[in-house]
Design a protein around this ligand. Structure first.
Ligand SMILES: [Ca+2]
Length: 593
Protein backbone atom coordinates (compact mmCIF):
# COMPACT_ATOMS: atom_id res chain seq x y z
CA UNK A 1 0.00 0.00 0.00
CA UNK A 2 2.79 2.35 0.96
CA UNK A 3 4.54 1.51 -2.28
CA UNK A 4 1.41 2.31 -4.27
CA UNK A 5 1.05 5.69 -2.56
CA UNK A 6 4.64 6.56 -3.31
CA UNK A 7 4.11 5.74 -6.95
CA UNK A 8 1.04 7.89 -7.06
CA UNK A 9 2.85 10.79 -5.49
CA UNK A 10 5.70 10.46 -7.92
CA UNK A 11 3.20 10.26 -10.75
CA UNK A 12 1.60 13.50 -9.67
CA UNK A 13 4.93 15.26 -9.15
CA UNK A 14 5.92 14.12 -12.61
CA UNK A 15 2.64 15.28 -14.04
CA UNK A 16 2.97 18.62 -12.33
CA UNK A 17 6.46 19.17 -13.63
CA UNK A 18 5.84 17.78 -17.09
CA UNK A 19 2.47 19.38 -17.56
CA UNK A 20 3.95 22.81 -17.92
CA UNK A 21 6.77 22.17 -20.30
CA UNK A 22 4.67 23.94 -22.92
CA UNK A 23 4.64 27.52 -21.83
CA UNK A 24 2.38 30.16 -23.26
CA UNK A 25 2.64 33.87 -22.52
CA UNK A 26 0.18 35.07 -19.95
CA UNK A 27 -2.26 37.60 -21.32
CA UNK A 28 -3.18 39.58 -18.22
CA UNK A 29 -6.90 39.93 -18.73
CA UNK A 30 -8.75 36.74 -19.46
CA UNK A 31 -12.44 36.07 -19.46
CA UNK A 32 -13.76 33.01 -17.76
CA UNK A 33 -14.90 30.25 -20.04
CA UNK A 34 -14.83 27.37 -17.60
CA UNK A 35 -17.50 25.53 -15.75
CA UNK A 36 -20.27 23.08 -16.17
CA UNK A 37 -18.43 19.80 -16.23
CA UNK A 38 -17.98 19.17 -12.51
CA UNK A 39 -21.66 19.77 -11.86
CA UNK A 40 -22.82 17.40 -14.57
CA UNK A 41 -20.57 14.48 -13.77
CA UNK A 42 -20.19 14.47 -10.01
CA UNK A 43 -21.76 15.61 -6.81
CA UNK A 44 -20.55 19.14 -6.39
CA UNK A 45 -17.89 19.57 -3.71
CA UNK A 46 -18.13 21.64 -0.57
CA UNK A 47 -15.42 24.29 -0.55
CA UNK A 48 -13.70 25.94 2.40
CA UNK A 49 -11.18 28.74 1.89
CA UNK A 50 -9.26 29.35 5.12
CA UNK A 51 -7.14 32.52 5.01
CA UNK A 52 -4.71 33.51 7.75
CA UNK A 53 -3.45 37.07 8.21
CA UNK A 54 0.26 37.80 7.56
CA UNK A 55 1.62 34.26 7.77
CA UNK A 56 5.05 33.08 6.59
CA UNK A 57 5.88 29.55 5.45
CA UNK A 58 8.55 29.52 8.15
CA UNK A 59 5.83 29.13 10.79
CA UNK A 60 4.51 25.79 9.51
CA UNK A 61 5.92 22.33 10.13
CA UNK A 62 4.90 21.05 6.69
CA UNK A 63 7.21 23.70 5.17
CA UNK A 64 10.10 22.52 7.31
CA UNK A 65 9.70 24.89 10.25
CA UNK A 66 10.25 23.90 13.86
CA UNK A 67 6.67 24.65 14.86
CA UNK A 68 3.76 22.76 16.37
CA UNK A 69 1.27 22.63 13.49
CA UNK A 70 -0.02 19.03 13.45
CA UNK A 71 -3.24 19.85 11.59
CA UNK A 72 -1.59 21.68 8.71
CA UNK A 73 1.01 18.91 8.56
CA UNK A 74 -1.86 16.42 8.34
CA UNK A 75 -3.52 18.42 5.57
CA UNK A 76 -0.26 18.37 3.61
CA UNK A 77 0.23 14.64 4.06
CA UNK A 78 -3.37 13.97 3.02
CA UNK A 79 -3.47 16.55 0.23
CA UNK A 80 -1.22 18.78 -1.88
CA UNK A 81 1.33 21.32 -0.72
CA UNK A 82 2.16 24.25 -3.04
CA UNK A 83 5.69 25.62 -2.95
CA UNK A 84 5.16 28.47 -5.40
CA UNK A 85 1.89 30.03 -4.26
CA UNK A 86 1.78 33.82 -4.36
CA UNK A 87 -0.50 36.75 -3.68
CA UNK A 88 -0.74 39.72 -6.04
CA UNK A 89 -0.30 42.36 -3.36
CA UNK A 90 1.11 42.31 0.16
CA UNK A 91 -1.24 44.21 2.41
CA UNK A 92 -4.66 42.99 3.54
CA UNK A 93 -7.15 44.87 1.40
CA UNK A 94 -5.85 44.37 -2.16
CA UNK A 95 -4.91 40.75 -1.45
CA UNK A 96 -8.29 39.95 0.07
CA UNK A 97 -10.04 41.66 -2.82
CA UNK A 98 -8.32 39.18 -5.16
CA UNK A 99 -9.33 36.18 -3.06
CA UNK A 100 -12.93 37.35 -3.23
CA UNK A 101 -13.04 38.20 -6.93
CA UNK A 102 -10.25 36.45 -8.87
CA UNK A 103 -9.13 39.89 -10.11
CA UNK A 104 -6.02 41.96 -9.45
CA UNK A 105 -6.79 44.83 -7.09
CA UNK A 106 -5.55 47.23 -9.76
CA UNK A 107 -8.37 45.92 -11.98
CA UNK A 108 -11.02 47.01 -9.45
CA UNK A 109 -13.81 49.15 -10.79
CA UNK A 110 -15.25 49.84 -7.36
CA UNK A 111 -16.41 53.41 -6.93
CA UNK A 112 -13.84 54.18 -4.27
CA UNK A 113 -10.89 52.97 -6.35
CA UNK A 114 -12.05 54.81 -9.44
CA UNK A 115 -12.56 58.00 -7.45
CA UNK A 116 -9.09 57.78 -5.95
CA UNK A 117 -7.45 56.64 -9.16
CA UNK A 118 -9.46 57.91 -12.15
CA UNK A 119 -9.06 55.81 -15.29
CA UNK A 120 -6.74 58.25 -17.03
CA UNK A 121 -4.30 58.14 -14.09
CA UNK A 122 -1.78 55.62 -12.85
CA UNK A 123 -3.36 53.10 -10.50
CA UNK A 124 -2.37 52.92 -6.85
CA UNK A 125 -3.66 49.55 -5.54
CA UNK A 126 -3.55 49.70 -1.77
CA UNK A 127 -6.09 50.00 1.05
CA UNK A 128 -8.43 51.76 -1.40
CA UNK A 129 -10.20 48.86 -3.18
CA UNK A 130 -13.63 47.55 -2.32
CA UNK A 131 -15.99 44.90 -3.61
CA UNK A 132 -17.90 46.28 -6.58
CA UNK A 133 -21.58 47.22 -6.60
CA UNK A 134 -22.40 44.61 -9.24
CA UNK A 135 -21.41 41.76 -6.87
CA UNK A 136 -19.09 40.01 -9.28
CA UNK A 137 -17.52 38.05 -6.44
CA UNK A 138 -17.19 34.45 -5.30
CA UNK A 139 -19.95 34.62 -2.66
CA UNK A 140 -22.58 35.98 -5.03
CA UNK A 141 -21.73 33.84 -8.08
CA UNK A 142 -21.63 30.58 -6.14
CA UNK A 143 -24.87 31.45 -4.36
CA UNK A 144 -26.60 32.05 -7.67
CA UNK A 145 -25.30 28.66 -8.80
CA UNK A 146 -27.02 26.83 -5.97
CA UNK A 147 -24.36 26.97 -3.29
CA UNK A 148 -25.00 28.28 0.17
CA UNK A 149 -22.18 30.76 0.73
CA UNK A 150 -20.95 31.75 4.19
CA UNK A 151 -18.56 34.41 5.43
CA UNK A 152 -16.84 34.25 8.82
CA UNK A 153 -14.09 36.42 10.34
CA UNK A 154 -12.10 39.35 9.03
CA UNK A 155 -13.37 41.26 5.97
CA UNK A 156 -11.30 44.44 5.30
CA UNK A 157 -12.54 45.01 1.73
CA UNK A 158 -15.41 47.38 2.54
CA UNK A 159 -15.79 51.14 2.96
CA UNK A 160 -13.36 52.88 5.30
CA UNK A 161 -15.09 53.13 8.68
CA UNK A 162 -12.68 54.64 11.20
CA UNK A 163 -13.72 58.15 12.13
CA UNK A 164 -16.89 59.09 14.07
CA UNK A 165 -18.49 60.71 11.01
CA UNK A 166 -18.08 57.48 9.02
CA UNK A 167 -19.77 55.49 11.79
CA UNK A 168 -22.58 58.02 11.79
CA UNK A 169 -22.97 57.81 8.02
CA UNK A 170 -23.70 54.07 8.21
CA UNK A 171 -25.78 54.24 11.40
CA UNK A 172 -23.05 52.46 13.32
CA UNK A 173 -21.95 53.10 16.89
CA UNK A 174 -18.57 54.70 17.44
CA UNK A 175 -16.47 53.70 20.44
CA UNK A 176 -13.22 55.57 20.99
CA UNK A 177 -9.93 53.76 21.33
CA UNK A 178 -9.52 54.66 24.98
CA UNK A 179 -13.04 53.63 26.05
CA UNK A 180 -13.19 50.89 28.72
CA UNK A 181 -14.19 47.37 27.58
CA UNK A 182 -17.54 47.61 29.34
CA UNK A 183 -21.26 47.09 28.68
CA UNK A 184 -21.60 50.21 26.47
CA UNK A 185 -18.69 49.08 24.31
CA UNK A 186 -20.13 45.58 24.04
CA UNK A 187 -23.56 46.93 23.01
CA UNK A 188 -21.90 49.06 20.32
CA UNK A 189 -19.74 46.23 19.02
CA UNK A 190 -22.75 43.88 18.90
CA UNK A 191 -24.80 46.43 17.03
CA UNK A 192 -21.99 46.99 14.52
CA UNK A 193 -21.23 43.30 14.05
CA UNK A 194 -24.87 42.65 13.06
CA UNK A 195 -24.54 45.43 10.48
CA UNK A 196 -21.37 43.85 9.05
CA UNK A 197 -23.31 40.59 8.57
CA UNK A 198 -26.03 42.38 6.64
CA UNK A 199 -23.43 44.19 4.55
CA UNK A 200 -21.89 40.88 3.46
CA UNK A 201 -25.30 39.48 2.61
CA UNK A 202 -25.90 42.50 0.39
CA UNK A 203 -22.58 41.66 -1.26
CA UNK A 204 -23.97 38.27 -2.23
CA UNK A 205 -23.10 35.89 0.61
CA UNK A 206 -26.10 33.92 1.79
CA UNK A 207 -24.88 33.70 5.37
CA UNK A 208 -22.47 35.75 7.52
CA UNK A 209 -21.64 35.58 11.19
CA UNK A 210 -18.89 36.66 13.60
CA UNK A 211 -17.43 39.30 11.33
CA UNK A 212 -14.54 41.69 11.95
CA UNK A 213 -14.76 44.74 9.69
CA UNK A 214 -10.96 45.01 9.53
CA UNK A 215 -8.12 44.65 12.00
CA UNK A 216 -8.87 44.13 15.69
CA UNK A 217 -10.22 47.25 17.33
CA UNK A 218 -9.80 48.69 20.78
CA UNK A 219 -11.14 48.24 23.40
CA UNK A 220 -11.75 44.62 22.31
CA UNK A 221 -8.51 44.09 20.43
CA UNK A 222 -7.72 40.51 21.38
CA UNK A 223 -7.74 37.54 19.04
CA UNK A 224 -10.51 35.04 19.68
CA UNK A 225 -10.33 32.21 17.14
CA UNK A 226 -12.87 30.19 19.12
CA UNK A 227 -15.45 32.89 18.45
CA UNK A 228 -15.01 32.70 14.68
CA UNK A 229 -14.57 28.91 14.59
CA UNK A 230 -17.88 28.59 16.46
CA UNK A 231 -19.62 30.32 13.54
CA UNK A 232 -17.71 28.27 10.96
CA UNK A 233 -18.73 24.98 12.59
CA UNK A 234 -22.33 26.12 12.85
CA UNK A 235 -22.36 26.97 9.14
CA UNK A 236 -20.80 23.65 8.12
CA UNK A 237 -23.17 21.63 10.30
CA UNK A 238 -26.26 23.52 9.11
CA UNK A 239 -25.35 22.94 5.47
CA UNK A 240 -23.83 19.48 5.58
CA UNK A 241 -26.38 18.12 3.09
CA UNK A 242 -25.96 20.76 0.39
CA UNK A 243 -22.99 22.11 -1.44
CA UNK A 244 -21.54 25.00 0.55
CA UNK A 245 -18.77 27.56 0.20
CA UNK A 246 -17.17 28.96 3.35
CA UNK A 247 -14.93 32.03 3.20
CA UNK A 248 -13.16 31.93 6.55
CA UNK A 249 -10.66 34.64 7.56
CA UNK A 250 -8.98 34.38 10.95
CA UNK A 251 -7.45 37.48 12.61
CA UNK A 252 -4.38 35.35 13.39
CA UNK A 253 -1.43 35.97 12.65
CA UNK A 254 -1.67 39.72 12.36
CA UNK A 255 1.11 41.04 14.60
CA UNK A 256 2.60 41.91 16.90
CA UNK A 257 3.42 38.29 17.61
CA UNK A 258 3.47 38.79 21.38
CA UNK A 259 -0.23 39.75 21.15
CA UNK A 260 -1.17 36.14 20.40
CA UNK A 261 0.06 34.89 23.75
CA UNK A 262 -1.46 37.91 25.52
CA UNK A 263 -4.84 37.37 23.81
CA UNK A 264 -4.98 33.87 25.25
CA UNK A 265 -5.50 35.43 28.69
CA UNK A 266 -8.55 37.37 27.50
CA UNK A 267 -11.07 34.61 27.03
CA UNK A 268 -14.23 36.70 26.80
CA UNK A 269 -13.07 39.41 24.39
CA UNK A 270 -14.49 39.07 20.88
CA UNK A 271 -15.60 41.00 17.80
CA UNK A 272 -18.97 41.53 19.48
CA UNK A 273 -17.49 42.78 22.75
CA UNK A 274 -17.44 40.73 25.95
CA UNK A 275 -18.89 37.21 25.64
CA UNK A 276 -20.56 35.45 28.55
CA UNK A 277 -18.16 32.58 28.05
CA UNK A 278 -15.61 31.24 25.61
CA UNK A 279 -17.10 28.77 23.08
CA UNK A 280 -15.70 25.28 23.68
CA UNK A 281 -14.91 24.46 20.08
CA UNK A 282 -11.13 24.13 20.06
CA UNK A 283 -8.36 22.72 22.21
CA UNK A 284 -8.39 24.41 25.61
CA UNK A 285 -5.94 27.32 25.53
CA UNK A 286 -4.09 26.08 28.62
CA UNK A 287 -3.67 22.64 27.07
CA UNK A 288 -2.29 24.23 23.89
CA UNK A 289 0.23 26.23 25.92
CA UNK A 290 1.26 23.09 27.80
CA UNK A 291 1.85 21.29 24.49
CA UNK A 292 4.10 24.10 23.33
CA UNK A 293 6.03 23.98 26.56
CA UNK A 294 6.39 20.18 26.30
CA UNK A 295 7.82 20.65 22.82
CA UNK A 296 10.29 23.30 23.97
CA UNK A 297 8.59 26.07 21.95
CA UNK A 298 8.21 29.53 23.48
CA UNK A 299 4.58 30.71 23.16
CA UNK A 300 5.66 34.36 23.46
CA UNK A 301 7.94 34.01 20.42
CA UNK A 302 5.21 33.51 17.85
CA UNK A 303 4.35 29.90 18.65
CA UNK A 304 1.14 30.71 20.55
CA UNK A 305 -0.20 32.17 17.30
CA UNK A 306 1.14 29.49 14.93
CA UNK A 307 -0.36 26.67 16.99
CA UNK A 308 -3.57 28.54 17.68
CA UNK A 309 -4.22 29.13 13.97
CA UNK A 310 -3.36 25.49 13.35
CA UNK A 311 -5.78 24.37 16.04
CA UNK A 312 -8.53 26.30 14.22
CA UNK A 313 -7.80 24.10 11.18
CA UNK A 314 -8.01 21.07 13.45
CA UNK A 315 -11.49 22.05 14.66
CA UNK A 316 -12.75 22.21 11.06
CA UNK A 317 -11.10 18.92 10.04
CA UNK A 318 -12.70 17.26 13.04
CA UNK A 319 -16.14 18.60 12.17
CA UNK A 320 -15.85 17.40 8.56
CA UNK A 321 -14.92 13.92 9.81
CA UNK A 322 -17.75 13.87 12.35
CA UNK A 323 -20.30 14.81 9.71
CA UNK A 324 -18.84 12.33 7.22
CA UNK A 325 -18.39 14.99 4.53
CA UNK A 326 -14.59 15.27 4.42
CA UNK A 327 -14.28 13.11 1.25
CA UNK A 328 -16.02 15.60 -0.98
CA UNK A 329 -14.87 18.80 0.69
CA UNK A 330 -12.08 20.84 -0.85
CA UNK A 331 -10.32 22.50 2.07
CA UNK A 332 -7.89 25.25 1.04
CA UNK A 333 -5.49 26.82 3.50
CA UNK A 334 -3.44 29.91 2.63
CA UNK A 335 -2.50 33.40 3.82
CA UNK A 336 -3.22 36.94 2.60
CA UNK A 337 0.56 37.66 2.42
CA UNK A 338 3.73 37.21 4.48
CA UNK A 339 4.73 39.20 7.54
CA UNK A 340 8.35 40.40 7.41
CA UNK A 341 8.15 41.74 3.86
CA UNK A 342 4.54 42.91 3.72
CA UNK A 343 4.12 46.20 1.86
CA UNK A 344 6.96 45.21 -0.52
CA UNK A 345 7.05 43.07 -3.65
CA UNK A 346 9.70 40.63 -2.46
CA UNK A 347 8.87 36.94 -2.53
CA UNK A 348 10.06 35.51 0.77
CA UNK A 349 7.76 36.55 3.65
CA UNK A 350 5.96 38.88 1.22
CA UNK A 351 4.27 37.66 -1.96
CA UNK A 352 5.11 33.96 -1.52
CA UNK A 353 2.59 32.37 0.84
CA UNK A 354 1.91 28.95 2.32
CA UNK A 355 -0.84 27.03 0.51
CA UNK A 356 -2.10 23.53 1.27
CA UNK A 357 -5.22 21.83 -0.12
CA UNK A 358 -7.01 18.69 0.91
CA UNK A 359 -9.82 16.94 -0.97
CA UNK A 360 -9.61 13.22 -0.26
CA UNK A 361 -11.83 12.10 -3.16
CA UNK A 362 -9.88 14.06 -5.80
CA UNK A 363 -6.41 15.06 -4.60
CA UNK A 364 -3.80 12.35 -4.15
CA UNK A 365 -2.41 12.27 -0.62
CA UNK A 366 1.11 13.59 -0.18
CA UNK A 367 1.27 15.54 -3.47
CA UNK A 368 3.59 18.48 -3.98
CA UNK A 369 3.35 21.18 -6.62
CA UNK A 370 5.98 23.63 -7.83
CA UNK A 371 3.89 25.46 -10.42
CA UNK A 372 3.23 29.20 -10.16
CA UNK A 373 -0.19 29.85 -8.64
CA UNK A 374 -1.69 33.06 -7.27
CA UNK A 375 -4.62 34.21 -5.12
CA UNK A 376 -6.48 35.37 -8.24
CA UNK A 377 -6.76 31.66 -9.17
CA UNK A 378 -9.04 30.63 -6.30
CA UNK A 379 -12.36 32.16 -7.39
CA UNK A 380 -12.08 30.75 -10.95
CA UNK A 381 -11.08 27.36 -9.51
CA UNK A 382 -14.15 27.30 -7.31
CA UNK A 383 -16.40 28.41 -10.17
CA UNK A 384 -14.98 25.60 -12.29
CA UNK A 385 -15.37 22.91 -9.63
CA UNK A 386 -18.88 24.08 -8.73
CA UNK A 387 -19.98 24.24 -12.36
CA UNK A 388 -21.01 27.79 -11.59
CA UNK A 389 -23.01 29.96 -13.93
CA UNK A 390 -20.54 32.80 -14.35
CA UNK A 391 -22.02 35.97 -15.85
CA UNK A 392 -20.34 36.83 -19.14
CA UNK A 393 -19.46 40.29 -17.80
CA UNK A 394 -17.44 38.75 -14.98
CA UNK A 395 -13.82 39.78 -15.39
CA UNK A 396 -11.25 37.43 -13.91
CA UNK A 397 -7.45 37.42 -14.00
CA UNK A 398 -6.76 34.00 -12.53
CA UNK A 399 -7.32 30.55 -13.95
CA UNK A 400 -8.75 27.30 -12.61
CA UNK A 401 -6.26 25.15 -10.72
CA UNK A 402 -8.24 22.02 -11.50
CA UNK A 403 -5.55 20.54 -13.78
CA UNK A 404 -3.06 20.77 -10.91
CA UNK A 405 -5.41 19.12 -8.45
CA UNK A 406 -6.15 16.18 -10.71
CA UNK A 407 -2.61 15.72 -11.94
CA UNK A 408 -3.77 16.09 -15.54
CA UNK A 409 -1.54 17.73 -18.07
CA UNK A 410 -2.99 21.13 -18.90
CA UNK A 411 -2.46 22.22 -22.49
CA UNK A 412 -0.81 25.41 -21.37
CA UNK A 413 0.03 27.10 -18.14
CA UNK A 414 1.49 30.49 -17.26
CA UNK A 415 5.15 31.40 -17.46
CA UNK A 416 5.03 34.25 -14.95
CA UNK A 417 2.99 36.09 -12.35
CA UNK A 418 2.12 39.77 -12.05
CA UNK A 419 2.32 41.77 -8.78
CA UNK A 420 1.31 45.26 -7.74
CA UNK A 421 1.23 47.55 -4.75
CA UNK A 422 0.98 51.35 -4.70
CA UNK A 423 3.68 52.67 -7.05
CA UNK A 424 5.39 49.27 -7.45
CA UNK A 425 4.75 46.63 -10.11
CA UNK A 426 6.55 43.34 -10.70
CA UNK A 427 6.65 40.16 -12.73
CA UNK A 428 8.20 36.89 -11.66
CA UNK A 429 9.01 33.65 -13.44
CA UNK A 430 10.33 30.58 -11.65
CA UNK A 431 13.86 31.96 -12.13
CA UNK A 432 13.66 35.73 -12.52
CA UNK A 433 12.00 38.70 -10.91
CA UNK A 434 11.69 42.26 -12.17
CA UNK A 435 10.35 45.14 -10.08
CA UNK A 436 9.54 48.61 -11.45
CA UNK A 437 8.91 51.48 -9.05
CA UNK A 438 7.34 54.46 -10.81
CA UNK A 439 5.94 57.35 -8.82
CA UNK A 440 3.29 59.53 -10.44
CA UNK A 441 4.18 63.13 -11.30
CA UNK A 442 2.58 64.66 -8.20
CA UNK A 443 4.53 62.31 -5.92
CA UNK A 444 7.76 63.12 -7.74
CA UNK A 445 7.15 66.82 -7.07
CA UNK A 446 6.66 66.04 -3.38
CA UNK A 447 9.80 63.90 -3.28
CA UNK A 448 11.86 66.66 -4.89
CA UNK A 449 10.73 69.17 -2.29
CA UNK A 450 10.82 66.86 0.72
CA UNK A 451 13.06 66.97 3.75
CA UNK A 452 15.36 63.95 3.86
CA UNK A 453 13.65 62.41 6.87
CA UNK A 454 10.31 62.32 5.07
CA UNK A 455 11.75 60.55 2.01
CA UNK A 456 11.24 56.97 3.28
CA UNK A 457 7.53 57.61 3.75
CA UNK A 458 7.08 59.36 0.40
CA UNK A 459 9.08 56.71 -1.45
CA UNK A 460 7.50 53.67 0.17
CA UNK A 461 5.39 52.03 -2.54
CA UNK A 462 2.21 52.66 -0.57
CA UNK A 463 3.27 56.07 0.74
CA UNK A 464 3.65 55.22 4.39
CA UNK A 465 6.52 54.21 6.62
CA UNK A 466 6.20 51.22 8.96
CA UNK A 467 4.66 48.46 6.87
CA UNK A 468 5.33 50.41 3.67
CA UNK A 469 9.08 50.26 4.15
CA UNK A 470 9.48 46.73 5.51
CA UNK A 471 11.39 45.80 2.37
CA UNK A 472 13.84 48.67 2.92
CA UNK A 473 16.22 46.20 4.55
CA UNK A 474 16.86 45.14 0.98
CA UNK A 475 19.66 47.39 -0.38
CA UNK A 476 17.76 48.02 -3.64
CA UNK A 477 14.26 48.56 -2.25
CA UNK A 478 14.06 52.14 -3.58
CA UNK A 479 15.70 51.48 -6.97
CA UNK A 480 13.46 52.27 -9.93
CA UNK A 481 14.42 49.03 -11.69
CA UNK A 482 15.29 45.81 -9.95
CA UNK A 483 16.22 42.50 -11.52
CA UNK A 484 16.89 39.43 -9.42
CA UNK A 485 17.81 35.86 -10.17
CA UNK A 486 15.42 34.37 -7.60
CA UNK A 487 16.74 30.87 -8.14
CA UNK A 488 20.25 31.84 -6.96
CA UNK A 489 19.36 34.92 -4.93
CA UNK A 490 16.08 33.97 -3.25
CA UNK A 491 16.23 36.91 -0.84
CA UNK A 492 16.50 39.36 -3.76
CA UNK A 493 19.56 41.22 -2.48
CA UNK A 494 21.66 41.44 -5.62
CA UNK A 495 20.05 43.82 -8.11
CA UNK A 496 21.27 42.93 -11.60
CA UNK A 497 19.27 45.60 -13.46
CA UNK A 498 22.32 47.80 -14.08
CA UNK A 499 24.56 44.89 -15.10
CA UNK A 500 25.12 44.87 -18.90
CA UNK A 501 25.43 41.07 -18.83
CA UNK A 502 21.70 40.83 -18.08
CA UNK A 503 20.50 43.45 -20.53
CA UNK A 504 18.61 40.92 -22.59
CA UNK A 505 16.99 39.31 -19.56
CA UNK A 506 15.96 42.73 -18.29
CA UNK A 507 14.38 43.60 -21.65
CA UNK A 508 12.47 40.32 -21.65
CA UNK A 509 11.08 40.86 -18.15
CA UNK A 510 10.19 44.46 -18.96
CA UNK A 511 8.35 43.21 -22.02
CA UNK A 512 6.28 40.83 -19.88
CA UNK A 513 5.41 43.62 -17.46
CA UNK A 514 4.50 45.98 -20.29
CA UNK A 515 2.11 43.45 -21.75
CA UNK A 516 0.42 42.90 -18.39
CA UNK A 517 0.20 46.63 -17.69
CA UNK A 518 -1.37 47.36 -21.06
CA UNK A 519 -4.32 45.14 -20.15
CA UNK A 520 -5.28 47.59 -17.36
CA UNK A 521 -5.88 50.47 -19.80
CA UNK A 522 -4.19 52.86 -17.41
CA UNK A 523 -0.86 54.65 -17.67
CA UNK A 524 2.17 53.41 -15.74
CA UNK A 525 5.64 54.98 -15.93
CA UNK A 526 7.19 54.77 -19.39
CA UNK A 527 5.54 51.36 -19.95
CA UNK A 528 2.16 52.87 -20.69
CA UNK A 529 2.73 56.64 -20.95
CA UNK A 530 0.02 59.22 -20.32
CA UNK A 531 -1.87 60.96 -17.53
CA UNK A 532 0.23 61.47 -14.43
CA UNK A 533 2.71 58.69 -15.27
CA UNK A 534 6.38 59.65 -15.30
CA UNK A 535 9.51 57.91 -16.58
CA UNK A 536 12.35 56.90 -14.22
CA UNK A 537 15.44 59.04 -13.69
CA UNK A 538 13.80 62.18 -12.28
CA UNK A 539 14.69 61.61 -8.63
CA UNK A 540 17.97 59.67 -8.80
CA UNK A 541 19.57 62.04 -6.29
CA UNK A 542 16.81 61.38 -3.75
CA UNK A 543 17.02 57.63 -4.34
CA UNK A 544 20.75 57.70 -3.54
CA UNK A 545 20.02 59.69 -0.40
CA UNK A 546 17.11 57.59 0.90
CA UNK A 547 19.20 54.45 0.48
CA UNK A 548 21.64 55.84 3.06
CA UNK A 549 18.88 56.44 5.60
CA UNK A 550 18.24 53.76 8.21
CA UNK A 551 14.58 52.86 8.69
CA UNK A 552 13.29 50.95 11.65
CA UNK A 553 9.51 50.71 11.49
CA UNK A 554 8.38 54.32 11.55
CA UNK A 555 11.70 55.52 12.99
CA UNK A 556 14.01 57.23 10.50
CA UNK A 557 17.72 57.65 11.25
CA UNK A 558 19.63 60.01 8.97
CA UNK A 559 23.25 59.28 8.07
CA UNK A 560 25.43 60.87 10.76
CA UNK A 561 27.91 62.40 8.37
CA UNK A 562 25.29 64.58 6.79
CA UNK A 563 24.15 67.83 8.33
CA UNK A 564 20.82 69.12 7.20
CA UNK A 565 20.37 72.86 7.07
CA UNK A 566 16.90 73.51 8.38
CA UNK A 567 16.85 77.01 6.93
CA UNK A 568 17.35 75.55 3.50
CA UNK A 569 14.37 73.24 3.91
CA UNK A 570 11.27 75.33 3.21
CA UNK A 571 8.82 72.53 3.97
CA UNK A 572 10.12 72.34 7.54
CA UNK A 573 7.20 74.43 8.70
CA UNK A 574 4.47 71.98 8.05
CA UNK A 575 0.87 72.64 8.86
CA UNK A 576 0.04 71.12 12.25
CA UNK A 577 -2.32 68.16 12.15
CA UNK A 578 -5.77 68.29 13.75
CA UNK A 579 -4.50 66.12 16.57
CA UNK A 580 -1.50 68.38 17.22
CA UNK A 581 -3.79 71.41 17.30
CA UNK A 582 -6.11 69.73 19.81
CA UNK A 583 -3.13 68.81 21.99
CA UNK A 584 -1.72 72.34 21.84
CA UNK A 585 -5.09 73.82 22.72
CA UNK A 586 -5.41 71.52 25.71
CA UNK A 587 -1.95 72.56 26.90
CA UNK A 588 -2.86 76.22 26.54
CA UNK A 589 -6.08 75.70 28.50
CA UNK A 590 -4.18 73.95 31.29
CA UNK A 591 -1.69 76.81 31.47
CA UNK A 592 -4.42 79.41 31.71
CA UNK A 593 -6.29 77.54 34.44
CA1 LIG B 1 -2.76 40.92 6.26
Amino acid sequence: MKHLQLNRRDFLKGACAGAFATIAPFRGLARLTLGGQAARTNKRPNIILFITDDQDKSSIGAYGAKALTPNLDRMASEGVIFHQAYVNSTVCTPSRYSFLTGRYAGRSYSRRYEEECPREKQGFPSFNVELEEDNMNVGAVLQKSGYVTGYVGKFHVGPDIKRPREYEKFDLRYISNDAPPDYTGTAAFRHNERWYREFLKKKGFSWAKHIYWGNLQKPFNHHNPEWTIEAALEFIEENKDRPFYLHYCTTLLHGPDKSWRVSMDHRRVSGEGMLNELPKVMTDRRVLLKRLEDNGLDPAQGHAGYSWADDSIGAILKKLDELGIAENTLFVFTSDHGSNMKGSLYNIDGTNVPCIMRWPSRIRAGSECDELIQNVDFAPTFFDLAGAKVPKEYVVDGRSLRPLLKGNEPEQWRDHLYFEIGSGRAVCTKDWKYIAVRYPKERIDQIKKARPDSLPKLMAYIGRSGIGTRGAQNPSFFDSDQLYNVKQDAKERNNLAGNPEYRERLAKMRGMLKEDLESFHRPFGEFVPGGNAAPPGLIDEQIELVKKIKINGKKVILPSDRVFDEQAQPDRQRKPTERQMRRDNKRKQRRTR
